[in-house]
Design a protein around this ligand. Sequence first.
Ligand code: FDA
Ligand code: NAD
Length: 437
Amino acid sequence: ESPELCFKYVILGGGVSAGYAAREFARQGIKRGELAIVSREAVAPYERPALSKAYLLPKSPSRLPDFHVCVGSGGQRFRREWYTENGVSLFLNTEISRADLASKTLTPANGRAFKYENLIIATGSSVIKLSDFGIEEANVKNIFYLREISDADKLIEAIKAKRKGKAVIVGGGYIGLEVGAAMRINNFDVTMVYPEKWCMPRLFTPEIAAFYESYYTNKGVKIVKGTTVVGFNPNSSNGEVKEVRLKDGKVLQADIVVVGVGARPLTSLFKGQVEEEKGGIKTDTFFQTSIPDVYAVGDVATFPLKMCNNEMRRVEHVDHARKSAEQAVKAIKASEDGELIEGFDYLPYFYSRVFDLSWKFYGDNVGETLIFGDKNPNSKEPKFGSYWIHNGKVKGVFLEGGTAEENEAIAKVARLQPEAGDLEQLAGKGLSFALKI
Ligand code: FDA
Ligand code: NAD
């Protein structure tokens, strides 16, 4: 028996892109024993977005196997058995601690090393911790982060133990807004804290943010803006968090703290071995890295975004994880046949769902913005949106509360980038502009 496990293709990471890459390999045709997925997680690839939404609900929460890939984009669900049936070797609970691209070897802390001919790096991101900002948190219990299902399970245990307690949410980005809503639905007394003037500043305009902030306030969520956390006071008897100290001197009571202050692509295994750019692993339009036979997909890839003059971009969203994985596998298979596939022409797409709300964004959020529609948070069914206009063209569109048809229309606008014309008129036309494109 060889000391190493040898595979033609190895996917490192068992998240969203790994699952969609496996599906594409199966579609293109692979022999039994050619493909391995190596994952630190204990379960087969799943749709990560569920963790901050339906997974946390108090009533009929979503549980595996419900949200294994590839169900998130309307496909067949791949339970653990799918991999066995399709001859894919799925190594779970296996964390790679060393990667040597020169000898094409991945070594776990324990157990046999993996040898590959082609590697797809799909390690995703890890959470940024408050301790990264020098905040002491290690010895305080009930401070949670959310990335993997094991993190979500710990949070759920605490939700059950601290029923109707007080939750402080640190961060006003995706995790903050989604988990803040989930904690409120779980009947917690919720306070959100973030340093910026408005929530989700990397996408939301002040007008968009104002709607969500009022909506949250109406739901009973308290929002503390323009300050950050500086420390925690634990309960001296059990070490559980009791108070959250803020920079502005305020002190908030807390039974549970959930932190969402950003993510960082997991590239550390490959430092110095592969070219990087903008914090990620640099790839071409086929997600091939600077090392032949090594591809990088999902959150870790910095790739040329064709619709933005091939500007190098990294995207930390699920739609991109799925599509970049498919592109890489198609490119690998085509190159084996001496063929070339089309370059990746991605239309950025982000979304979120909180309470009864649901928004989508397509395109590029550059340039001037204008808002349209009913953005009254007290309306029964608010529906509003925003256009981003750059060099006279509509480059990005946001829509809250859209129907399937309307969402398709805004995607089309972001793709075609029509002339915006007079901005006041455009604001007046609102969604009807998109529906006529
Ligand atoms: P992903 O994180 O999915 O997978 C990485 C895998 O690699 C993990 O299984 C990890 O354990 C494994 N791994 C890492 N290092 C390893 C090592 N050394 N050895 C072995 N395994 C290793 N996006 C969106 O568009 N809409 C949404 O609603 C949401 N919601 C959402 C909720 C939550 C809670 C999170 C954390 C994220 C989202 N996202 C999202 C973002 C989206 O989930 C994310 O962009 C994709 O999961 C990225 O897919 P990847 O495959 O790149 O990484
Ligand atoms: P994020 O980048 O969306 O938000 C980070 C937020 O942290 C900032 O908006 C800011 O408010 C806050 N912040 C930064 N420094 C801080 C500090 N010192 N103290 C307090 N707050 C601070 O990151 P996230 O919300 O943590 O999400 C993590 C990852 O998960 C991202 O890749 C994100 O794209 C992904 N995600 C996506 C979705 C979605 O697309 N719907 C949902 C959940 C998670």
